[in-house]
Structures are given as C-alpha cells and as structure tokens.
Write a protein that binds this ligand. Structure first.
Ligand code: ADP
Length: 157
C-alpha cells in the first residue's frame, strides 16, 4: 500500500522553509500531496491561483509531489484520498503547542491519521509566510526567503 502524506497549508506565499520540509520528507513517503486549504473566512495576500502556480512551478520536476486544493476539514480530505499521514514542520515551541492539539484532533476526526513532524534546521527556523508577507508589504526584498523561480511583482500588489 502506498504511503501518502498530505502537507496542508496556506502557502501565502511558499517559502524556502516549506520547500526544505518537502525535500526532506520525500524519502519517507511514496507521494506527498501539497494541498492549499481553501477557506473563505481567511484573507490571503496572494490569490489562490497564484499560490497554486508557484507550488506547481517549484515542484514541477518532482514526480512524487502533487499540488492541489481542498475544502473542508483536512482530516476528511486525507480520508477521501487515502492519505494516512499529515506532514507539518516545527520551528519552535509555539509551533509545537499549536500543532500538538491539531494533530490530536486530526487523529480522532481522521480515524487514525498520524501527523509526521520534521524539525526545521536553524537556517530556516526564522522563516514564515507571515514574515515574508510583512517584508513584501513594507516594500522589501523577500527573494532570500523564496524558492528559486518564485518572483513577486510589487507592482501587482
Ligand atoms: P498555515 O496557514 O497552516 O500555518 P503555512 O503555509 O504557514 O500554513 O505553513 C504550513 C506548514 O509549513 C506548517 O506546518 C508550518 O510549520 C510549516 N512551515 C512553515 N515555515 C516553515 C519553516 N521555515 N520550516 C519548517 N516548517 C515550516
């Protein structure tokens, strides 16, 4: 049976931290589904199509990686596609506190789904989409935090 992991997130935008996490997780799974959760309540800086486009571009040469979107509960989505694992990253203690509860809930709601956490290396533990958005909104250069191929056009914001 193939080992499928879902890596859910907003990816608003994808960062080198997300990219590093997926690369390191590849040997653990047969397939990683990077899934943008579509939540009408949550306001994003970048439109869904743009976030999807960047993910598709960055992982274009990774046959094990699929990029998609989902609506509703993450655990239900995992059940629907036969994924028994969730992939998440841990940068610090606040990530842990938040992720611990979510993973326990997903395990119950998803009837046995296990969340696999990878600790981010020091070189990436300060990077978050939130910080990248702040840099962009402030007119700064976010390129050191973006995977190659991802370019942000300040004019279009
Ligand atoms: P969410 O909106 O659910 O927080 P994000 O797109 O911000 O989604 O992040 C998705 C996942 O990526 C989370 O598990 C987060 O911990 C992980 N992640 C984000 N940045 C990093 C990083 N720099 N190193 C490791 N994991 C990261």
């Amino acid at each position: 049976m193939s080992k499928i992991a879902v890596f859910p997130g907003s990816f608003d935008p994808i960062t080198t931290g997300h990219f590093d996490l997926v690369e390191r997780a590849l040997p653990l799974f047969d397939k990683i589904v990077i899934a943008i959760g579509v939540n009408s309540q949550k306001q994003s800086l970048f439109p869904l199509e743009q976030r999807l486009g960047w993910l598709r571009l960055v992982f274009a040469s990774y046959p094990q990686v699929e990029v998609t979107t989902f609506e509703g509960l993450t655990a239900h989505y995992c059940n629907k596609i036969g994924a028994k694992y969730l992939l998440r990253g841990l940068r610090n203690a606040s990530d842990f506190d938040y992720e611990k509860t979510i993973s326990q809930l997903n395990n119950i709601v998803g009837q046995g789904i296990e969340t696999i956490f990878l600790i981010s290396p020091p070189a990436y533990s300060h990077i978050s989409s939130t910080i990248v958005r702040e840099i962009i909104k402030g007119g700064g250069d976010a390129s050191p935090f973006l995977p190659s191929g991802v370019h942000i056009d300040q004019e279009k914001l």
